[in-house]
Design a protein around this ligand. Structure first.
Ligand SMILES: Cc1ncc(COP(=O)(O)O)c(C=O)c1O
Length: 388
């Protein structure tokens, strides 16, 4: 159990390892000095490797939504045609940001709980007037559904007008397969509080050369989020504005840990944990939201059983120190969500399932928490053994 005696299983912020906490507690440094330059350069290089790009990494101080805004305003002009592929609440947010800054946004909407179908997307892109950009959510945190990112990227790359592919990778990057350069992604963003194992506060943007060039003609208003400004300062090993230095200290350690583990192993660990959590959830008699082929490796959502109200159920779990998330937007009160990204193993998830299983009977739902924990471990082990 952690410091706060809390079993934090939300899809961000996520628990942070002791080494990250210690790093974040370091004495303050000057952000216009050589120590900061090293911090920025090591962290950026590590992130580029983990994201699969030889392109540019810009580290911004803000949350993930800030990076979504930055991605839009640094590549688009008012009136530009943008296709927003939305499979849930965060896809809707991306579309709303582009709309707020004056893009002509078409929505490619997918029923919540499903993933975007590459063939349908191809049909849409072929029939429509060309777009300047296509916005896609890699891993839809609100539903626990992962998009088939590689296949979608292939479709966008072949689309008329050669639109930019801009990806919200906030809750998937670092934990789920992602090959920015090989897949032809132009711009992808993430945030420190997700698989990177640090506190909230730093947003990450990775840009291809095409995305950088788009910035030269993009006319949407921007100041704080201006990538050109960030780039000028990054070349000097600095950021334009005072950065969240403590979070960067933590992020550097998170990135080191992921590099030590190795991308394939990290991805396999997350996939096996997700299998374990799904098996455990099913053992509790709950129904996962995502179809198996589009299951997120970092977030598992399940339908709340009939007759269970989220508020009191959540309060009862929190009374036992288990902190998970509920539904968002139109799914508020309908689903529950477990986060499992970054500093996580099957033990913590089995413990969470045990607590949930011990709470469900208080609400009239017959469940055996210990059995669910056991089933989760077995499914994790089976997948891990299969991957060896
Ligand atoms: C897929 C996705 N997009 C965007 C966001 C928004 O990020 P933030 O809350 O850091 O602004 C989140 C946060 O959970 C997310 O999971």
């Amino acid at each position: 159990m952690r410091d706060m005696e809390q079993n934090l299983r939300t899809p961000g912020p996520t628990p942070i390892p002791a080494a990250v906490r210690e790093a974040q507690a370091q004495p303050m440094i000057d952000h216009r000095g050589s120590e900061f330059e090293e911090l920025l350069s090591e962290t950026s290089a590590g992130l580029a490797e983990l994201i699969g790009t030889s392109g540019e990494i810009l580290l911004l101080t803000g949350s993930g939504s800030g990076a979504l805004e930055a991605a839009v305003v640094n590549t688009q002009s008012p009136g530009d045609r943008v296709l927003a592929v939305s499979i849930g609440s965060f896809g809707d947010r991306f579309a709303a940001i582009a709309t707020a800054f004056g893009a002509a946004v078409d929505r490619f909407e997918v029923e919540w709980g499903a993933a975007a179908d590459p063939d349908r997307l191809r049909d849409h892109l072929t029939a429509a007037e060309p777009y300047r950009a296509v916005l896609v959510t890699h891993n839809e945190t609100s539903t626990g559904v992962a998009n088939p990112m590689r296949a979608l990227a292939e479709v966008v790359r072949a689309a008329p007008g050669d639109p930019l592919l801009i990806v919200d990778g906030i809750s998937g990057l670092g934990a789920m397969p992602f090959e920015m350069d090989a897949w032809g992604v132009d711009l992808v963003v993430s945030a420190s509080q997700k698989a990177w194992m640090a506190s909230p506060g730093i947003a990450i943007a990775a840009l291809s050369e095409r995305a950088r060039a788009a910035g030269e003609v993009a006319r949407m208003p921007r100041f704080y989020w201006d990538f050109a400004e960030a780039r000028t300062w990054a070349q000097k090993g600095q950021t334009p504005w005072t950065p969240a230095i403590s979070v960067l200290f933590g992020l550097r350690v998170g990135v080191r840990r992921l590099r030590e583990e190795g991308r394939q192993r990290t991805w396999a660990r997350h996939a096996a944990i997700a299998s374990g959590v799904v098996a455990g959830i099913e053992a509790l008699g709950l129904r996962p939201v995502a179809p198996p082929e589009h299951r997120s490796a970092t977030v598992t959502a399940a339908w709340l059983p009939d007759g269970i109200e989220w508020g009191p159920f959540n309060a009862a779990m929190r009374a036992k120190s288990l902190v998970i998330a509920g539904g968002q937007g139109k799914w508020t009160g309908r689903i529950l969500r477990f986060g499992h990204m970054g500093d996580v193993g099957i033990d913590e998830m089995a413990a969470a399932l045990e607590i949930m299983g011990g709470t469900l009977p208080q609400f009239g739902h017959v469940a055996d928490g210990e059995a669910a924990g056991r089933v989760a471990r077995e499914a994790f082990e089976a997948q891990t053994a299969g991957a060896r």
